[in-house]
Design a protein around this ligand. Structure first.
Ligand SMILES: Cc1cc2nc3c(=O)[nH]c(=O)nc-3n(C[C@H](O)[C@H](O)[C@H](O)COP(=O)(O)O)c2cc1C
Length: 211
């Protein structure tokens, strides 16, 4: 508690971590994906609602299902990545609140009747959870390649049965189309030989104000 991680860890997670498009031939095990979730789950979300859902695409078959939705520049880097995760959000996240936020029993009702609040809450917190995924992946020695260049409607139809009631369907991770994609993130061990020089960031004075 209150103890800074060491400089080497800060390099690994932030200063030396890069966005990768090419990958070393080193697999990512399912055990690593479990370890990844077991870390990222602890990142905070509003009312502990945890609206993000993560579909880890590991097989050639799963990647081929994604291919038609990818922007052309994102095809090769995604098809060659050991894993691509669809960071998504469940607009019925409030159904889990009795478990996740039990001391406030009325809170689910607040969301049930307010679709705009549901969408804003799910989008905001699943984006945060996607960032926790990137930080956790780097802490575990993985590299990431986040992407927003894809057709969200196609992904939601293909993986989350959007618009198609899927009663009794046991093939999809998330039946009945109440899960929506937010962004994609390739995971693996990046090939450092292919990196371009790092782009600058805004300085403290450009991005921050002290009030
Ligand atoms: C939400 C998000 C969406 C992105 N979308 C794409 C994308 O569609 N295609 C792509 O090649 N890179 C994409 N990027 C990668 C960024 O361009 C990259 O992370 C940024 O330039 C920083 O690079 P660095 O981590 O190597 O410093 C995306 C990054 C984020 C966080």
């Amino acid at each position: 508690m209150g103890e800074a991680v060491n400089d080497r860890a800060l390099d690994t997670i932030f200063r030396e971590a890069r966005t990768f498009s090419t990958w070393l031939p080193r697999p990512v095990t399912d055990e690593t994906l479990h370890n990844l979730y077991d870390l990222l789950e602890w990142g905070p979300t509003s009312a502990n609602a945890s609206p993000a859902r993560f579909a880890f695409l590991r097989s050639r078959e799963a990647k081929e299902r994604l291919r038609p939705a990818l922007a052309p520049l994102n095809v090769d880097k995604t098809m060659t990545a050991p894993v691509t995760v669809i960071v998504a959000y469940d607009v019925k996240f409030y159904e889990q609140l009795p478990k996740l936020f039990p001391h406030s029993p009325g809170i689910a009702k607040l969301y049930e009747s307010n679709p705009d609040l549901v969408e804003a809450t799910a989008k905001r917190n699943s984006s945060l959870q996607g960032a926790y995924l990137i930080v956790a992946a780097r802490a575990l020695g993985l590299d990431c390649g986040p992407m927003s260049g894809f057709d969200q409607t196609k992904v939601d139809e293909e993986f989350f049965a959007a618009g198609k009631p899927c009663f009794g369907c046991d093939q999809e991770f998330f039946p009945e189309g109440h899960v929506k994609s937010n962004f994609l993130c390739n995971l693996g061990y990046g090939d450092p030989g292919t990196l371009h020089p790092r782009l600058p960031r805004l300085s403290f004075d450009e991005a921050c104000s002290l009030l």
